[in-house]
Write a protein that binds this ligand. Structure first.
Ligand code: NAD
Length: 361
């Protein structure tokens, strides 16, 4: 790996990171990807089978909180940009073990960005705040200036919405779970490295993702798995909580565009304008399964069971994606109804379940 285009991706064995690595290796010939991942319970190298053995891809097992290791990687691979996915990401786990979330999401992000800043400051190119400001105001401002630190975050930092309204980039932060609080903390650290040191940062805050390779613990895989195994399908509370669902490959395309064309120091919200109640999500999955893998008797809908609500469960998330749509010309392509059929089929293959592969949605 000798090229100048060495990107450090953290958390690349997880759900979104692995989809992104496969996407970026496939799309760009000029990038070398170094994937640093601790392989916690959420990381799985099977997610990266498509890139295994590719000379432009290198996996390193390790912790983003390990400063020595991170420094070694920057020097050894001459890293000139970072796309940072690694995190503890499951809200339920954060309620049981908040300390792990503070460590990985806050301390880990700080370790990474601090090493990046110090490493890049020693480089010969001009790397000053004034330089970044110039890039932002030049006529050709929509181009990537290296080095860049792209931080992947969530819309959960904004807290919860009532019946109306949307999260914009100007919505005040009001995180309600230890997960969202730790992500909010990491966003603030990244923001401060732009304002204090002039580091070329981008933050993207995305709504709920779904699609292939998501960990079993999350809502959509849980519904599919329990349905096909004939078990109760657990839905929190009354199932009326609303999430704004985005197909994971749309998220990858948005990251690609924000990474290459986003302005230094900016935040972009990413969302699919696909607000759905949890009841609707579970129903849609059951109806899809009824077509693909009919039960001998009855419907998968009969398995839906309401369970005690999650503590501090946010009522509604919904993203206003106008900024990334207007400034960077990104738009979600997949609607929820088609994306969920693709997702259900992927999980049926993944769980080795035979099914009728019909195309009607
Ligand atoms: P994930 O839990 O599937 O994957 C996280 C990855 O990070 C795993 O591979 C894990 O092994 C790795 N990791 C954890 N701790 C680490 C450490 N200390 N050092 C190195 N690697 C470590 O998460 P995901 O759903 O793919 O989310 C990726 C990022 O996107 C996270 O930052 C998350 O906050 C953000 N995000 C996720 C969603 C979503 O719906 N999944 C939505 C918006 C934003």
């Amino acid at each position: 790996m000798t090229s100048d285009n060495n990107i450090l991706i953290t958390g690349g064995a997880g759900f979104i990171g692995s989809n992104f690595i496969t996407y970026i290796i496939d799309k760009y010939n000029e990038y070398n990807i170094i994937n640093l991942d601790l392989l916690t319970y959420a990381g799985n190298l099977d997610n990266l089978k498509e890139v295994e053995g590719n000379p432009r891809y290198k996996f390193i097992k390790g912790d983003i909180c390990n400063r020595e290791l991170v420094e070694f990687i920057f020097k050894e691979y001459s890293i000139n940009s970072v796309i940072h996915f690694a995190a503890e990401s499951h809200v339920d786990n954060s309620i049981k073990q908040p300390d792990v979330f503070v460590r990985t999401n806050v301390i880990g992000t700080h370790t990474l960005i601090d090493v990046a800043y110090k490493f890049w400051m020693e480089k010969p190119f001009s790397y000053k705040k004034e330089y970044i400001r110039e890039c932002n105001h030049s006529s050709d401002d929509q181009k990537l200036s290296l080095p860049r630190f792209h931080h992947i975050s969530t819309d959960e930092v904004y807290g919860t919405l009532g019946e109306t309204g949307l999260f914009t980039e100007r919505t005040p932060y009001a995180p309600n779970s230890p997960y969202s609080a730790s992500k909010a903390g990491s966003d603030m650290i990244v923001r401060s490295y732009y304002h204090t040191y002039g580091l070329n940062t981008i933050i993207t805050n995305c709504s709920n993702n779904y699609g292939q390779k998501q960990h079993d613990e999350k809502l959509i895989p849980t519904v599919i798995r329990n349905a096909i195994h004939g078990r109760p399908i657990p839905i929190y509370g009354n199932g009326k909580n609303i999430r704004d669902w985005l197909y994971v490959l749309d998220h990858c395309k948005a990251i690609d565009i924000a990474y290459h064309k986003g302005k230094a120091g900016e935040t972009y919200n990413i969302g699919g304008r696909n607000e759905k109640e949890n009841n609707y999500v579970a129903t849609k999955i059951c109806q899809t399964l009824d077509k693909l893998k009919p039960k001998q008797k009855g419907s998968y809908l009969d398995q839906i069971t309401y369970v005690e609500d999650r503590h501090g469960h946010d009522k509604r998330y919904a993203i206003d994606a106008s900024k990334i749509e207007n400034d960077l010309c990104w738009k979600a392509e997949e609607n929820f109804e088609s994306g969920i059929v693709k997702t259900v089929k992927w999980y049926l293959h993944h769980y080795n379940v035979d099914f009728r592969d019909c195309n009607d949605e």
